[in-house]
Design a protein around this ligand. Structure first.
Ligand SMILES: Cc1ncc(COP(=O)(O)O)c(C=O)c1O
Length: 427
């Protein structure tokens, strides 16, 4: 059907933004209220005492997370950025050690590495899943590589079978940043649970949230002990606990509060339902959008599931005579919200381009602890860069509550633009 596109002065299809995603209900209000009424909003002490592991709600939430993810330990933190920092310290990283990380992620995946004065090294991603490409990981291994930070981006797991083979071959640890994929399955296991340490973000736009927060998971006793310590003032606790290995026993206050934990318990109860709805929405989008020539819908890894934090699409420029940017502008002009073109290629952030992190003199890269000149130039991750520059279109499902009417509007925008692609030549 020919229709004048809004970008060329036609009538736009959507006049108000989609409803904001909100998973908080009465259950969370009541749970938080009970904690407030108890007067006990946190029960931590940063000493070797019964309060070292936190209060009732922290422990209950951790127990329920461990049960849900089928892991020996679940350890909460006050954000997932804190969680990643705890994880990097817990694997015993030394200053100058290298950790291979994806560029297609949120900056904390890499800054948690820098936090310990270790060096992030960026490997490229798979074009269809947006997760680390194991081949590129292997190419980026140097004598200084100690770990892989795999990111389960947008709602599905990285290729853990291949990453684990590489880790075994080169004696590396794996940390899974599964911030965006709680409840996604990699074969018969949950994403995040196949690494030495994995975990999930509980910030306000994740599937389930506590405002801010994170959960680490592991089956390893020693890593768990290190994580409990780094989370809660390790330096003041090791002696009482009798811990002899002092590697990275510099602690923080990364503790989650009782209110957040009580909310987390209620949120965890809702996770399956939330994933079910996201999957339903994605399958409607998949069915309809796959009919548009030149638009590529998200690929789900074989034998795995996707929980759709983002709905990541691509354009096939060999089938379209029009640039991705024009298509994007036309979609936005129709009033579509939540569509974006970028998912930071984080190696291109000023911190890496200028190599200025701690202090003003280029530490850690300029110091002796950094054993080689690590390259962050544009061009090191051609797949991720091409996605961002030319072919990626993302829909932030995490930000929106979509009912059937809104799903229909979303699809109408795509169909209108696709039916009238010829008009875009004029702009
Ligand atoms: C992939 C990824 N890693 C790390 C983080 C950091 O999590 P938080 O905001 O809970 O600190 C996020 C948050 O959006 C994320 O998406």
């Amino acid at each position: 059907m020919r229709d004048k596109l809004a970008i060329l002065g036609g009538k736009k299809l959507i006049n108000s933004p989609f409803k904001k995603y909100n998973s908080i209900g009465n259950e969370e209000v009541e749970a938080a209220k009970k904690v407030v009424e108890s007067g006990s909003l946190s029960n931590y002490l940063g000493t070797w005492s019964s309060e070292f592991y936190g209060g009732h709600k922290v422990k209950e939430f951790e127990k329920k997370c461990a049960e849900y993810f089928n892991m020996k330990y679940a350890i909460t933190t006050n954000s997932w950025t804190s969680g990643l920092t705890v994880a990097v310290g817990a694997i015993g990283i030394n200053p100058g050690d290298e950790i291979i990380v994806s560029p297609w992620t949120m900056c904390a995946s890499a800054t948690s590495i820098l936090h310990w004065n270790a060096i992030p090294v960026f490997a490229d991603i798979e074009e269809d899943t947006f997760c680390l490409d194991p081949k590129s990981v292997e190419k980026n291994i140097s004598p200084y590589t100690k770990a892989i930070m795999s990111v389960d981006i947008a709602g599905q797991s990285a290729n853990m079978d291949e990453l684990k083979k590489i880790a075994k071959k080169y004696n590396l640890k794996i940390i899974s940043d599964t911030a965006q994929a709680p409840g996604a399955l990699y074969k018969d296991k949950f994403a995040g649970t196949l690494a030495d340490i994995g975990g999930y973000s509980l910030n306000c736009h994740k599937h389930i949230h506590t405002g801010e927060g994170g959960v680490l998971v592991t089956n390893d006793d020693e890593l768990a002990e290190n994580m409990y310590l780094i989370r809660n003032h390790a330096e003041a606790v090791v002696e009482g606990m009798g811990k002899l290995n002092l590697t990275n026993m510099v602690g923080h206050n990364y503790r989650l509060g009782e209110i957040e934990s009580a909310i987390g318990i209620e949120q965890l109860n809702k996770l399956d339902k939330i994933i079910k709805r996201r999957t339903e929405i994605a399958s409607i989008l998949n069915e309809k959008l796959s009919k548009l020539d030149g638009l590529i819908i998200p690929k789900v890894r074989d034998n795995c599931t996707h929980v759709y934090y983002m709905y990541q699409m691509r354009v096939d420029l060999s089938k379209l005579n029009i640039s991705r940017n024009k298509i994007y502008k036309a979609l936005i002009a129709e009033g579509l919200s939540g569509i974006s073109l970028s998912f930071a290629n984080i190696h291109l952030l000023p911190i890496f381009q200028k190599k200025i992190a701690y202090g003003s003199n280029g530490f850690p890269w300029s110091s002796d602890i950094c054993k080689r000149n690590v390259n962050y130039n544009k061009g090191i991750c051609p797949v991720a860069e091409n996605l961002q520059d030319n072919i990626y279109i993302g829909f932030q499902m995490c930000m929106h509550e979509m009912d059937d009417y809104e799903i229909d509007l979303f699809l109408k925008c795509f169909y209108k633009v696709w039916d009238n692609l010829g008009q875009l030549g004029k702009i």
